[in-house]
Each structure stands twice: as structure tokens, then as C-alpha cells.
Design a protein around this ligand. Structure first.
Ligand code: SF4
Length: 330
């Protein structure tokens, strides 16, 4: 990859929580040692169950939350501290799409004004050109001028997410973080919004971090995929390779549970139990209590994320470094 647009180096973030009602406060690692790179115009999917740290990773990358360790490099320069004037200027080039479009919009303002807002804030063009730009953006996301006059509660869920997209694209950003952008939408609308995102990404040359628990959509939209479990990356690879030959037992289980044409339901790997409480992280490999192929050493040895060949990484004691993933074994 040429110089990436976004480079994330060993990023970590912890919160404080109590073990039980009267327990002592403990530090809970939401994200721990996450590193990856994202090229211009590339989409990187982040998947994992609830509590895997995927959404926190998205916020850390954008500087919406401070990191406890590590850092982010954006377009060759360290990401400025969140909230500073330098960071706010950079926000014109980095936008975020949230899960709940109604929560992301101001209920008191018509849609067109909200799409124009980033142009006003960043001083893009004059009044007339901003109005033209708003019309173009509405049109580009499949909304009309009439939708621009309405308030958020007067639009459907899909129309609201289109409006949020139009606002995010107003300043022609280079980088978009999408955090579960379709999970609050009706199934019938989800495909439309995904197709729109794919089209817009190609048209605007956007780099995109696509956070989702929906592997079907991540596979459709991403070139590379990162799989997270309890705050750490357990596997990374191209979407084609990772879905065809998942290496890590957790990825195998996730992929086996995602509906895929031509694969029988009996091939599904059912994981026992829920993800563990992050405040009670299991020793050794954090996945060992649920891993169908765990060995005794998995309780005490912590696997490192290592290259397993063909541009892929995995963190499992049973996967040798630089081993080419075995298609039969998957
Ligand atoms: Fe399973 Fe052990 Fe690999 Fe962890 S290290 S994923 S417990 S086999």
C-alpha cells in the first residue's frame, strides 16, 4: 500500500467500572493495542460482537475520544488533540455517520439548513454557492428540494440517514467513519443505503471505516476486514480471503453464522455462552472459554497478532506465524 491516509498505531482506551454493586473500581480495556492502516478510497470493515470495542475504535480514530496509548496519523501528520482548533479544521476532511440518524440530526432545524451547516462552519463558498451545493447533495443522496424543507421527524428512517450522509459529504471529506449506519433501518431500506454508500464512496474517492456486526454487509462493502474480540484484533485480511478461509476460530464461527448462498446450515459453528464481561477478562487467550478448539495452554498463554501470510494477520496459538491459511481447514 502507498502511504496510507489513516494509520492507527497501538491505540488503547480504558474506562473505569465496578465489579458488582459494591465492588472496587477496576480498569476495563475497551480497546487494547489496535493497529491498522487505511488507504485512500479504501473501505476497512470492523466486525465483532457487542463489547468488542469496534465502535470505540471508530471514535478513537476520529479523535472524538482521547487515546490512553498509541496514536493516529492522518494524511502523514499526527492527529491533533480532539477539541482543538486544528482538530476542528481537520474535521471538514473526516466525518462520521452514526447508527441513529434521528439522534444525529437537530429536530428543530429543517434538513437543508443542517446540510448547509458544515459549509457555514468551515467557510466553504459564498451564500449562493452553498445553497447550490445543498441542492446538489440532496439530489445526490436521492432526496428532493422538498425534503430539504422538512424537519427530521417528517422523514422516514431511510430518508433521515440519506440526509445525514448528505451533511457528512458537504465538505467533501477524505475519510468517513460509519458506525452501524444501517442497523436502525428497516431491512427493506438497508440495501438501498448500502448501495448508496458504495456509489458515493466510488464517486467521492472516500476512505471508509465501516463498523458493523452484520458480516453480510461488511463483506459487500469492504476491501479489508478487521475482526475484534474483547478490545483486540484477532484477525485481519482481505474481505475475499477472510470470508473464504477464516483462520481464527472466532472468525470461523462468525463467518459460519452469516447467511451465505450455497452453504448448508449444518456447517454453522455455535459458540457457547456470551462474550465475557470486559471487566473480567479471561486469562491467556480471552476467547478460550468459548473456543471449540482450545487447548490447556490457551488458558495461560496470550496469543500475539502475527502475520500468517498473504497479507493476513491472526492472534491464535494454533496458527503459526507466516503460515498460509489452509483452505481445507477452514
Ligand atoms: Fe482458541 Fe487457543 Fe486459538 Fe485462543 S489461542 S483462539 S483459545 S485455539
Amino acid at each position: 500500500m502507498s502511504e496510507p491516509l489513516v494509520r492507527v498505531d497501538d491505540v488503547a482506551r480504558a474506562y473505569h467500572a465496578r465489579r458488582g454493586l459494591f465492588g472496587r473500581p477496576v480498569e476495563v480495556a475497551a480497546v487494547d493495542g489496535v493497529s491498522f492502516a487505511l488507504g485512500r478510497g479504501e473501505t476497512l470493515g470492523i466486525v465483532g460482537e457487542s463489547g468488542s470495542g469496534k465502535s470505540t475504535t471508530g471514535r478513537l480514530v476520529l479523535g472524538l475520544e482521547p487515546t490512553d496509548r498509541g496514536g493516529v496519523v492522518f494524511d502523514g501528520a499526527p492527529m491533533p488533540k480532539g477539541g482543538t482548533a486544528e482538530w476542528r479544521r481537520l474535521r471538514a476532511r473526516m466525518q462520521m455517520i452514526f447508527q441513529d440518524p434521528l439522534g444525529a440530526l437537530d429536530r428543530r432545524l429543517p434538513i437543508a439548513e443542517q446540510i448547509r451547516e458544515p459549509l457555514d462552519i468551515h467557510g466553504v463558498g459564498d451564500r449562493l454557492s452553498r445553497l447550490d451545493r445543498v441542492g446538489d447533495l440532496l439530489d445526490r443522496v436521492g432526496l428532493g428540494v422538498d425534503h430539504g424543507r422538512r424537519y427530521p421527524h417528517e422523514l422516514s428512517g431511510g430518508q433521515r440517514q440519506r440526509a445525514v450522509l448528505a451533511r457528512a459529504l458537504a465538505t467533501t471529506p477524505d475519510f468517513l467513519v460509519c458506525d452501524e449506519p444501517i442497523s436502525a433501518l428497516d431491512v427493506s431500506i438497508q440495501a438501498q443505503v448500502v448501495n448508496l454508500l458504495v456509489d458515493l464512496q466510488a464517486e467521492f474517492g472516500l476512505a471508509m471505516l465501516f463498523v458493523s456486526h452484520d458480516l453480510r454487509v461488511v463483506r459487500q462493502i469492504s476491501r479489508r476486514v478487521v475482526v475484534m474480540y474483547l478490545g483486540r484484533i484477532v484477525e485481519e485480511g482481505s474481505a475475499d480471503d477472510l470470508f473464504a478461509t477464516p483462520v481464527h476460530p472466532y472468525t470461523r464461527a462468525l463467518v459460519s453464522a452469516a447467511p451465505t448462498p450455497g452453504r448448508r446450515l449444518v456447517d454453522r459453528i455455535v459458540l457457547g455462552g456470551d462474550p465475557p464481561n470486559p471487566a473480567d477478562r479471561p486469562t491467556g487467550c480471552a476467547f478460550h472459554p468459548r473456543c471449540p478448539v482450545a487447548e490447556a495452554r490457551c488458558r495461560v498463554e496470550t496469543p500475539r497478532l502475527v502475520d500468517v501470510g498473504a497479507g493476513r494477520r491472526a492472534a491464535c496459538l494454533l496458527v503459526a506465524a507466516d503460515a498460509t491459511p489452509n483452505r481445507e481447514a477452514a
